[in-house]
Design a protein around this ligand. Structure first.
Ligand SMILES: Cc1cc2nc3c(=O)[nH]c(=O)nc-3n(C[C@H](O)[C@H](O)[C@H](O)COP(=O)(O)OP(=O)(O)OC[C@H]3O[C@@H](n4cnc5c(N)ncnc54)[C@H](O)[C@@H]3O)c2cc1C
Length: 373
């Protein structure tokens, strides 16, 4: 009997891979009535596999292969709109970007292009870029289709879903998990996977099992619709200036890449002071859109361990306790690989992934949470 706490991308993908391995008696719980209510439903939905940490890049590549070629019947609509993605830098930041993006183990699938290529596709973009890399197979996810695909597959494999059911505590006896205290009463289980996103720092109800995982708030804004914008335009990431954008709902979705440590209950409260920084960056890079006005402005949580690597696998402090947490800013991109890895640790066969041990929770034991990203 395995319980998964959290029906965001981490929990849903783990449920899917447990079901596809033949695990029965799996239950997926979420405190919300709607799966994906929190970070999974509040992000920029960009597939970006180029990451300066090779182990995260490997997870992103594995996931991207799944999303680009999902199993038959996984989803009606395509999971990915391959608009293309560019990573670019100004002269000041060029050396830093080059130091990792030229490495195959960080950015396979991309190639350097002239910056004029981005200007051709995004005529509104101001000059000032010194270098750019193109990832033509990447772009924008249909996150809803991905989440529903995982949940549908999990249900078809026998996973029981309980929504609107908050887990308040883990009951343990003689060093192993015995069950969960939930709003609906005690649920006996042998193993529990904590996939609670921004709430992952403390496993429900048990301070002694704390890990140093911190949620950080980030805002996104979508400008009012503008018929002159190309809805098939690419996603563009101006790395070291920390600004990214892509078309969305007839306007432009953009982020100033703000990063502020929060308590999870405050992680989705938007802070209008961020609009000033966002306005400056928009005037710098997309001046024509600076006066467009906002159609939507919201915040969500990106949750990190201190080394910014995911936390996936068994916790040596309590037999039966597992984690799929700390997915940071790459949780949708890497969700399939995270679910696959979490399911391997829970149900076998033992993961043979060359980087699977890099995510084990034991590396974090004894480290205090710090808010220094
Ligand atoms: C602004 C922003 C932009 C982003 N852009 C991208 C992007 O472009 N590409 C990308 O790959 N990633 C992006 N991310 C990151 C991505 O959204 C996250 O990494 C991912 O959604 C995390 O998924 P999760 O399942 O861990 O958490 P969540 O989706 O938050 O799921 C956790 C679930 O646990 C439930 N839960 C919590 N506590 C309990 C409890 N006690 N009992 C029962 N249920 C509980 C919650 O209700 C929630 O549904 C972005 C994030 C943000 C905030």
């Amino acid at each position: 009997r395995i319980a998964i706490i959290g029906a965001g991308i981490a929990g849903a993908a783990s449920a899917y891979y447990l079901a596809s391995r033949g695990a029965n008696h799996v239950i997926l719980l979420d405190k919300e009535r709607q799966p994906g209510t929190h970070s999974t439903g509040r992000n920029a939905a960009i597939l970006r596999t180029a990451i300066s940490d090779p182990v995260l890049h490997a997870m992103a590549r594995e996931s991207a292969a799944f999303y680009m070629n999902p199993p038959e019947g996984f989803s009606g609509p395509p999971l990915l709109n391959r608009t293309g993605l560019y990573l670019a830098a100004t002269a000041d930041a060029e050396e830093k970007l080059r130091s990792w993006i030229t490495r195959d183990d960080c950015s396979m699938g991309g190639h350097e292009v002239a910056t004029t290529e981005i200007h051709r596709r995004v005529p509104d973009l101001s000059s000032g870029l010194a270098c750019a890399w193109s990832f033509p197979a990447e772009g924008v996810f249909d996150v809803h289709a991905i989440l529903q695909g995982f949940l549908r597959g999990a249900r078809a494999g026998g996973v029981d879903m309980r929504l609107g059911c908050s887990v308040d505590g883990i009951r343990a006896h003689e060093g192993r998990v015995k069950g969960l205290e939930t709003h609906e009463g005690f649920l006996p289980v042998d193993a529990v996977l904590v996939a609670t996103g921004g709430w992952a720092k403390v496993t429900p109800g048990d301070k002694k099992l704390e890990l140093p995982i911190v949620p950080y708030r980030r805002h996104l804004l979508v400008t009012a619709p503008d018929p002159t914008l190309n809805s098939r335009g690419p996603a563009v990431w101006i790395g070291e200036d920390d600004f990214y954008f892509r078309p969305e709902s007839g306007g432009m979705l953009m982020s100033a890449c703000d990063t502020f440590p929060v308590k999870p209950e405050e992680g989705e409260l938007s802070d209008s002071s961020v609009l000033e920084t966002l306005g400056q960056k928009t005037r710098r890079w997309l001046p024509r859109l600076a006066e467009s006005g906002a159609a939507h402005f919201w915040a969500g949580m990106r949750t990190f361990a201190p080394d910014e690597r995911f936390v996936v696998g068994p916790d040596p402090r309590l037999e039966g306790l597992h984690w799929a947490a700390g997915l940071g800013g790459h949780g949708i991109t890497c969700g399939a690989a995270v679910g696959n890895l979490a399911a391997s640790w829970l149900y076998g066969p033992s993961p043979d992934h060359h980087c699977s041990k890099a995510f084990l929770p034991q590396r974090l034991l004894g480290i205090k949470a710090s808010s220094s990203l």
